[in-house]
Write a protein of this length. Structure first.
Length: 454
């Protein structure tokens, strides 16, 4: 049998960690079941790479959107990396992410442990919420279980604030500036991170979710003449847009009704002596000015008549995938335990806040909400009555170690060549996936030097 070497855009659905003999038929059986059934099932033996492979293939074939839940943010980021690899280069962030198939919904409270900064994590969250309600084709959302628990603005409130702009429109710049503050953007002298906006004469710069680079809106009078992207450091143009979807810059929409509710909450807390009058006045000023809406993060329920959760943004046909059922349940128990401990700590009357538990869905509500969706439980204990699938796959950690520790550098790929030869003798077709076409060509040349027919 011949070994095939493909770069990612040609063949995004193979990985060397997969034993193709049992895996191939198993994946087809699982995807066929998902196409025709709403029944939940257990999936055994699915390590992160094979599971990413399965979900990447399923996104195109089962015609259902998928929500992948991980125990922590670290695992969520790893799955994003794996899924982006299997789905091809189109998942690398382009100038606009409107057509992405993979969306990361990072935890609001876990940003310190992420590779994302706080404002970028906030932008990713807003993008994912918008995609859940507007995507024209199946998408895949990746979130940690804590992110799934966090309370959110109601979908109707959030989506009603999204604006669609076109060159040629008449827009009052003064009103636009006030609206941006209401939407959670911060007025700064120079745009540097998501959630910033600045105005210099007839030029309005906005660093908005959905776009890799800041936006530059150029006006002639009140007419929007052009929409460009620019690099925040060099100010160099990064492209022109024919239209613009402008999302809120924060999960807290500071419209008149939200301000009224927040002011009333301050008055009540001062009256009940939970907050000092001096601290209350500081917060009343912040509310009136729209001062740094990220400082309101721990007060989100105060600004809405009712809050929502991620479940309120999901279509009922979506499939929930729990990447590691045991670890997720463990993380849930530990997280709610921490909330109970936090509730016992005294609060300071000099700081305006709400109990941490008020920012999350209660565990019993969470369990009931999940029941409405088809679920794939990875790594859980099988049930005598539930459907059960198994993925038989193995990693090649030993092979990777043999390559990295090979004593002769000019024969570094010798362990890989021997493995390919072994597979060929066994009649196994082998696929080695490279991220770029150039890498595939170079590896082909190198492996041919070991008498491998590639």
């Amino acid at each position: 049998m011949k070994a095939s070497l493909h770069y990612q855009d040609e063949l995004p659905t193979y990985d060397a960690s997969i034993d193709s003999r049992p895996w191939s038929s198993g994946s087809k059986e699982i995807l066929t079941f998902l196409q025709h059934s709403r029944e939940s099932f257990y999936l055994r033996g699915a390590q992160p790479t094979p599971l990413s492979y399965l979900l990447a293939g399923g996104l195109s074939s089962i015609h259902k959107s998928i929500v992948l839940i991980t125990p922590t943010e670290r695992e969520a980021e790893k799955y994003i990396e794996n899924l982006s690899f299997f789905l091809g280069r189109d998942e690398q962030r382009s100038n606009s992410s409107l057509n992405n198939r993979i969306w990361h919904f990072p935890s609001r409270t876990g940003h310190k442990a992420q590779w994302l900064g706080k404002m970028e994590a906030n932008a990713r969250r807003l993008e994912a919420l918008y995609a859940l309600r507007t995507a024209a084709s199946p998408i895949l959302i990746v979130a940690s279980v804590v992110g799934l628990l966090e309370l959110l603005p109601p979908p109707k409130v959030f989506l009603n604030q999204a604006q669609y702009l076109l060159p040629g429109e008449e827009i009052n710049l003064e009103v636009m500036g006030q609206k941006l503050v209401e939407l959670g953007y911060s007025h700064v002298s120079l745009v540097e991170e998501y959630g910033d906006f600045s105005r210099r004469g007839s030029i309005l710069d906005i660093y908005a979710p959905l776009y890799k680079w800041p936006l530059r809106l150029e006006f002639f009078g009140d007419e929007l003449e052009s929409i460009r992207l620019f690099h925040p450091s060099t100010q160099r143009s990064m492209g022109t847009l024919e239209d613009l979807v402008l999302l809120p810059g924060s999960e807290i929409i500071l419209d008149a009704a939200a301000k009224d509710r927040a002011r009333e909450a301050v008055y009540e807390d001062v009256k009940s002596e939970k907050l000092t009058p001096t601290a209350g006045n500081v917060w009343l000023e912040r509310i009136e000015e729209g001062y740094q809406t990220d400082s309101f993060e721990g007060l989100l329920p105060v600004f809405y008549e009712r809050t929502a959760t991620l479940f309120d943004y999901l279509d009922p046909s979506m499939v929930f995938v729990w990447s590691d059922t045991g670890e997720i349940r463990k993380e849930l128990n530990e997280f709610y335990g921490r909330l109970d401990q936090d509730a016992e700590k005294p609060s300071s009357p000099h700081e305006w806040n709400r109990p941490q538990a008020s920012l999350y869905q209660q565990l019993d509500q969470f369990d009931r909400a999940v029941e409405d969706f088809q679920q794939i439980c990875v790594g859980g204990f099988s049930s005598s009555t539930g459907k059960d699938f198994e993925i038989r796959a193995k990693s090649h950690d030993e092979l990777a170690l043999a390559i990295s520790s090979h004593p002769t550098k000019d024969r570094l790929l010798e362990p890989l060549a021997r493995q390919f030869q072994k597979w060929q003798q066994e009649g196994v077709s082998s696929f080695l996936v490279c991220a770029r076409k150039e890498q595939a060509k170079r590896l082909t040349e190198l492996l041919n030097g070991y008498n491998i027919d590639v």
